[in-house]
Design a protein around this ligand. Structure first.
Ligand SMILES: [Zn+2]
Length: 481
C-alpha cells in the first residue's frame, strides 16, 4: 500500500512538472482524464520529445523522493519528531484552506449548493484552484472515478418524454440540424447586435444580402457558468426541477427518438466540475468526439464535422465550441488580428468573437453546398464580462447573461420563427431565455408542446440563476454591466 501511494505521488508530481515545462499550464482534471483515456494509436501519435521530457521528470522526481525519504529516516528516528512533522503539515494545510475561504467568502458561498449536491467535485473545484499540486490531482482522480461510476449507473436508465411533449408524425422535418453551442459570447460585442467594431462581418453581410436566411434574437442565459447553462438549456431540467436531467430525455435523446442520427463534437474538456453535465449529454450521442489537444482551435472542429456527417440519414450534429472563453488571447489567430487591425480599440475578446464569426461562415457555406435542407442554431452557453476577463465568479453582471441566438435556414419548410415567437418574453425586449431552448429545439425536430407547458415556460422567461444557485429577475440587473 505504501509503495502504491508513493508511486502515485511520484507519478502525479512528474506529470505536473512535465505539463508546466511543456505547456506552461498546470495539470487539470481534463488532462488527467485524457491521459487515462488515451488509446494506443493516440499515444504513438504524440511528439516523442514529450515522452523524453516526461521520462526525465519521472526520473528526477523518483530520485528526489527516494533521497528525501532517506534523509527524513536518517535525521528523525524518534516517534516524537515524526508526530511534530505531521502536526506541521496539518497546521499548514488548515491555513492553506481557511485563508482563501476567508478572503473570498462570497466566491466560496457560491459553492455551498454544489458542496451539498456534489461534495467531491466541489472540493476538487476548490483545491484545483488553490492547491493544485497533488491535492487537486488526488481530488481530480476521485472526481474522475465518480463520473465514471455515475455514467455507468445512469447510462442505461430509461428516460421519458416530459408531460405535455409529444412526437408528431405529421410535422414536416428537417434533414440536418446543426446545434452550435458557443462559449462566453456576450451579444453586445457582436456587430450584428450593434457593436460599432465589425466583429461579425459575415453575420452582418448575410443579414444585408439575404435576410430570409438568418434570424437573430436577443437571448438571455439561464446561468452564467457552462455546467448549469448547458444542462438547463439542453435538457428539460431547470433550476426548479433539477432531477429532470436524469429522468427525462435530453436534447440528444429527443433527436434520437425523432429519428435523427446524432453526433457531438466538442472542443471542451470531457470531465470536470465545469463541464460534467455537458459531457453526460454528449455521451448520449451515437458519435462523440472530444478534442484532446491542449491548443484547441474551433475551426478544426469543422474537419471532424465533415468526417461525421452522413448524407443518407437525418442527422443532429452538435458542435461545442471554446468560443470566447478566457484567456481571450488564446481564442483568435493572425487572420482575426489582421481583419481588426484598423480598429485600434478592438480587444482580444472582440477578436475571439470574430473568430466565431469565421466558424459560422464556414459552417454555413458547408451546409449550403452539402445539404438539401438544413438549419444551424447558434447560441452561447452564457455571456462574459470582458473587462473583468472572467465570468461565473463573485458578483454578477448582466453581460454574463446576454447571449446571441441565431438561426440559419437552408431551404427549410418548417417555420422556425413562428416557433420561436411563442417563447418570447412578454415585455418590450422580447427575449428568449435559454432554458426554453429545449422546447424550441424539440418543436424543430417534430414534437408538439402543449399550451400549458408553453405558457409555464414563457412565464419563467425573466428568471436567471446566480452562482450561488439563487434565482433572480433579469430585469432587476439588466443595467449592471
Ligand atoms: Zn461557459
Amino acid at each position: 500500500m505504501r509503495v502504491f501511494f508513493h508511486s502515485l505521488v511520484v507519478v502525479l508530481l512528474s506529470l505536473n512538472l512535465t505539463f508546466s515545462i511543456a505547456f506552461s499550464v498546470p495539470l487539470s482534471l481534463g488532462n488527467l482524464a485524457s491521459i487515462l483515456e488515451t488509446n494506443f494509436s493516440e499515444i504513438i501519435a504524440f511528439d516523442w520529445r514529450i515522452y523524453l521530457l516526461g521520462g526525465l521528470c519521472l526520473l528526477v522526481t523518483t530520485i528526489l523522493s527516494q533521497k528525501s525519504i532517506y534523509e527524513l529516516k536518517s535525521k528523525f528516528s524518534g516517534g516524537r519528531v515524526g508526530v511534530s512533522l505531521l502536526a506541521l503539515v496539518v497546521f499548514v494545510n488548515i491555513f492553506a484552506v481557511s485563508i482563501p475561504v476567508w478572503r473570498n467568502y462570497d466566491f466560496f458561498k457560491g459553492y455551498r449548493k454544489d458542496l451539498q449536491e456534489m461534495p467531491v467535485q466541489s472540493i476538487y473545484a476548490f483545491s484545483s484552484l488553490r492547491l493544485p499540486l497533488l491535492y487537486g490531482d488526488v481530488f481530480g482522480l476521485a472526481v474522475y472515478s465518480i463520473e465514471k461510476m455515475d455514467s455507468h449507473r445512469f447510462k442505461n436508465r430509461e428516460k421519458n418524454l416530459p408531460e405535455g411533449v409529444f412526437f408528431s408524425e405529421e410535422k414536416k422535418s428537417i434533414s440536418k440540424i446543426y446545434l452550435v453551442i458557443g462559449e462566453s459570447a456576450w451579444r453586445e460585442k457582436m456587430s450584428l447586435y450593434g457593436n460599432s467594431i465589425p466583429t461579425t462581418p459575415f453575420l452582418n453581410s448575410l443579414k444585408r444580402i439575404d435576410s430570409s436566411a438568418i434570424s437573430y434574437y436577443k437571448a438571455i442565459s439561464i446561468a452564467n457558468m457552462t455546467r448549469d447553462a448547458v444542462r438547463f438549456s439542453l435538457s428539460f431540467a431547470n433550476p426548479r426541477n433539477r432531477d429532470a436531467f436524469w429522468s427525462e430525455k435530453n436534447v440528444v435523446e429527443m433527436a434520437k427518438s425523432a429519428g435523427y442520427g446524432t453526433s457531438w463534437l466538442s472542443n471542451q474538456g470531457q470531465a470536470g466540475i465545469y463541464d460534467n453535465y455537458p459531457s453526460y449529454i454528449a455521451r448520449s450521442s451515437d458519435q462523440v468526439y472530444f478534442e484532446k489537444s491542449l491548443v484547441k482551435d474551433d475551426l478544426d472542429l469543422l474537419t471532424e464535422l465533415e468526417r461525421s456527417v452522413n448524407n443518407e440519414e437525418k442527422q443532429f450534429v452538435a458542435l461545442h465550441l471554446m468560443g470566447s472563453h478566457f484567456p481571450y488571447s488564446d481564442r483568435y489567430d493572425e487572420v482575426d488580428r489582421a481583419y481588426l487591425s484598423t480598429f485600434p480599440l478592438a480587444t482580444a475578446y472582440e477578436m475571439s468573437i470574430h473568430h466565431t464569426d469565421r466558424l459560422l461562415k464556414r459552417l454555413y457555406d458547408y451546409t449550403i453546398n452539402m445539404d438539401t435542407n438544413s438549419i444551424i442554431v447558434y447560441y452561447s452557453d452564457h455571456g462574459a464580462s470582458p473587462e473583468r476577463g472572467i465570468h461565473g465568479l463573485k458578483g454578477f453582471h448582466a453581460s454574463e447573461y446576454e447571449i446571441p441566438l441565431l438561426i440559419f435556414k437552408n431551404n427549410v419548410e418548417v417555420d422556425i420563427d413562428s416557433i420561436i415567437s411563442q417563447y418570447l418574453s412578454v415585455n418590450d425586449d422580447q427575449y428568449v431565455n435559454s432554458s426554453n431552448l429545449i422546447y424550441i429545439l424539440s418543436e424543430i425536430m417534430g414534437y408538439d408542446i402543449s399550451s400549458e407547458v408553453k405558457s409555464s415556460a414563457v412565464s419563467r422567461s425573466n428568471e436567471i440563476m446566480l452562482v450561488d444557485g439563487s434565482l433572480v429577475d433579469y430585469e432587476s440587473l439588466k443595467d449592471e454591466k
